[in-house]
Write a protein that binds this ligand. Sequence first.
Ligand SMILES: Cc1cc2nc3c(=O)[nH]c(=O)nc-3n(C[C@H](O)[C@H](O)[C@H](O)COP(=O)(O)OP(=O)(O)OC[C@H]3O[C@@H](n4cnc5c(N)ncnc54)[C@H](O)[C@@H]3O)c2cc1C
Length: 482
Amino acid sequence: MTIAKQRKYDVVVVGSGAAGEAAALTAAENGNRVLMLEKGRTTGGSANYSEGIFAVGSYLQKEKGINVSGTAVLKEEVEYSKYKADARIWRKYVDSSAENVQWLSDEGVVFERVQAMGAGEATWHIYKGFGYGAIHTLEPKFLKLGGELLTSTSAIDLKLGDNKTVTLRNEATGETEDVQAKVVILAAGGYLNNQEMLAKETNYDLSRLVPVSSGKGTGDGLRLGWGVGGRKYGTGMAMLFGGYLKDPDEPSFKMMESQMNTAAGQQPLLWVNQDGERFVDESVIYNFSYAGNALYGQNEVYSILDTSVIKKMATEGNYMGLGVYVERGQIMDKLEDEIAEAVAANKPFIFKADSIEKLANQMGVPAGKLVATVSQYNNYAANGVDNQFGKDAKYLAPVQEGPYYGFKLNIGAFCTMGGLRVNTANEVEDNNGRVIQGVYAAGNDAAGLTGDTYGPNMPGTCAGYAFYSGRNAAQDAQKYLK
Ligand SMILES: Cc1cc2nc3c(=O)[nH]c(=O)nc-3n(C[C@H](O)[C@H](O)[C@H](O)COP(=O)(O)OP(=O)(O)OC[C@H]3O[C@@H](n4cnc5c(N)ncnc54)[C@H](O)[C@@H]3O)c2cc1C
């Protein structure tokens, strides 16, 4: 029995996330014989968890009278990346973004609204049923057009030639097989789940990095692309997602739904380091990637919540809308129960005490220093001025009612971005800047969108780019195939 139905394809797509599904469907719509490979048992990758995608000038924004300048976005993103992002890639992405939303909508993807996230612009097009809904709208169309999808099947090797040779491995049986393809589109989602690659390609302290993703981004696309001479470019960054609680007994993504996690790691409340000192204006969390950088600057970080702050968030609402909490003031009705359960279960990330001294001792930070920090912070709150870091007075909630809670913050990460140098057609380039004919990279495997820090100020740019670039690669491949 063979793994794939045919020996020869026009297009083989490696990965079935946002980039892979968009590429595969587009290539099938263009009349090609397409094989989409997915190494997991299920399709969708990390895209399944995404909430929405970036666009400017979309029909939804027009309906709402939202006017965001594409050139302003481009300039800001390129500046933000310290000119490591590619302005030409941004230009084409920005200019195609409204059409990208329209295409998805025409294919049946339902967009519920468009909004900002945190401090950002209203560029985030929220799809119904998360990315899962979008992926599972595109996929049946692909299959209906005769596209072939193999799950539990990895691409493990790629060789160049007039026809490329892709070696497949059935993950259930270990069996391998070669197929031929004129075009290969690498869309395997980056390397967040490959510890060895993270250690080599990034400077993050991996003991504190909490990958919150599909778990399948093991860098295969980059390895295949580099293996055929693709230029390594733009590695070194993950999309950091602010403070995150690490529960050794549960899969990391479960904390995404936890109000306790949001209260501890995603609100502009008091944070201290291993020395019991504040180190930043905590409202940096408005940009969760900046917050990740700030947290990484310290050896350890604890978020300190007192009972009155917890009660306030549980009854009157949070301090800052972010991610799942899209609006400021949303009520955290499960917060108190979740905290009580974590304390009862002796979870290693939570500390509870009836005085600040005792809390410090439990956390292992100098008690005198923490007492002084809290006292100074309470003075700032009383005066409505943060003389140290200038945090807005509305976030200066005093720490004064016991019991007190300390939460050890690690750093969440959603994905890596970058690794293969591509041009504006998503063709992979070699070390001399020449195109490797018929080899494309899309989504998180492609470099060009970021410097060392993701820009959530224009929300949705990562998943938006994945859908767009998959489609962009397949459209360019059509010219190549002709
Ligand atoms: C919780 C969460 C929320 C997010 N929210 C947003 C958001 O709202 N907006 C936004 O812009 N971004 C968001 N992101 C990021 C976004 O989801 C990703 O950037 C996007 O999914 C990238 O798409 P991709 O196709 O490159 O990779 P993925 O969607 O991860 O897909 C890659 C696929 O390739 C498969 N694969 C890997 N290796 C192989 C191989 N050798 N052979 C075959 N298949 C292989 C994987 O199993 C996976 O299914 C979020 C991410 C997470 C985790």
